[in-house]
Design a protein around this ligand. Structure first.
Ligand SMILES: [Zn+2]
Length: 378
């Protein structure tokens, strides 16, 4: 097992961060993706501000990132300010974070940051050999024409595999492919070329051989391949789905009633047992339910919750369902908003809206999904 701590740099949006983490967590294997939630803030005095007017296009000092950004942006360029950190700053900050948060030295830290870095790399590992990495999170939408989380998650997974494969930067440079072949070890000098990697989702035969020779854990390789293949499938599916945007089949699986989307590579929307209890109640009642009337459904809630409860205090089944169905408590509406945000994070807002209960707080709330799209399996 390897713990991979995803760390959000302060300027990176919280919802985007969670989307990446949730995506990675859907792929099981020896890499365990986690967060300590506390963001890391690179102090302002360690960041270099680069106003647009200072950029010398002739020397191409800010290649490749800046130039490509300029080609794609139609906004008022004069007012843009780029922020940049040195690698030293980035990795020192990661190391400080490691100490403060008591993260063992064998665990990986992956900083997700919007800031540019001195060599404008999209991802890099700590040259001092600590298990620190960063992934640059900005501009991806423009380059790959896809959801930001796919390229970011792709780079988190493949950067870890590279860190496990190569001893140092010399070693890495010797093996990177200067000409793109759709392998994770392609050296892509610009973000546009990365689309090829995302679409092929592959490790080329010579790199597979190298991984084998260097005895990289096969389970990790398998998991990384599953991640990049899963990302590829979801990207393809989503781009085609736009042509015919209709709801997909939802499976409710096993004793723990996992909520799964088979057409999205068995993507799971993870709810807590209590959230799932409320969700399944709404699934059971296509006509909808008013929150003030939840107390009428208390026996049903209790029945569902008892089958999902995995704690050690049976008495809390009673108290939790009582609180959930109490019209004077916020418990149900809080859970509904968490359910909505989990569906949004996992599926994206366009698709998610078919699946969570909608309706004004005082009115009937219901899940619109046709119930024949729901399948119960063991
Ligand atoms: Zn290769």
């Amino acid at each position: 097992m390897h713990t991979v701590w995803l760390v959000r740099s302060q300027e990176y949006a919280l919802d985007k961060f969670w989307e990446v983490l949730e995506l990675l967590k859907t792929f099981k294997g020896p890499l365990q993706f986690k967060t300590q939630e506390k963001p890391l803030e690179i102090p302002a005095d360690r960041l270099e501000e680069i106003p647009f007017s200072a950029i010398d296009l002739e020397t191409q000092e800010f290649e490749p990132l800046t130039l490509y950004s300029l080609n794609h942006w139609n906004q008022d360029l004069e007012s843009l300010i780029f922020k940049k950190a040195t690698w030293n700053t980035i990795f020192d900050q990661c190391q400080e974070y490691r100490t403060e948060q008591r993260i063992p030295e064998n665990d990986f830290i992956v900083l997700l940051t919007e800031h540019n870095n001195e060599y404008s790399w999209f991802t890099a590992a700590d040259p001092k050999g600590q298990r620190n990495l960063f992934v640059h999170t900005a501009f991806w939408d423009q380059y790959t024409g896809t959801d930001h989380r796919y390229p970011v998650a792709y780079h988190v997974a493949t950067a870890i595999l590279q860190l496990m494969t190569f001893a140092n930067y010399n070693d890495l440079n010797m093996h990177l492919h200067k000409t793109s072949r759709g392998c994770i070890n392609d050296f892509c000098a610009d973000k546009k070329k990365i689309s090829l990697k995302l679409r092929t989702a592959d490790i080329c035969p010579s790199c597979i051989e190298l991984l084998d020779k260097r005895k990289v854990d096969r389970e990790v390789i398998r998991q990384v391949l599953a991640i990049i293949e899963g990302i590829r499938e979801q990207m393809l599916f989503k781009s085609r789905w736009k042509l015919d945007p209709k709801p997909l089949k939802l499976q409710i699986k096993g004793e723990s009633k996992q909520i799964i989307f088979p057409e999205l590579g068995n993507l799971e929307v993870k709810l807590t047992p209590l959230e799932k209890t409320l969700y399944l109640l709404f699934i059971n009642h296509p006509e909808g339910i008013r929150l003030v009337e939840l107390s009428d459904f208390r026996p049903e809630l209790k029945g569902i919750y008892s089958s999902l409860y995995n704690g050690s205090e049976p008495a809390s089944i009673e108290s939790n369902t009582a609180s959930l169905s109490n019209p004077l408590s916020n418990s149900a509406s809080e859970k509904l908003s968490r359910i909505k945000s989990k569906f949004n994070h996992t599926l994206g807002t366009d698709l998610a809206k078919f699946y969570y209960p909608v309706g004004e707080n005082t009115q009937v709330k219901k899940i619109e999904l046709e119930r024949n799209l729901i399948e119960y399996i063991n």
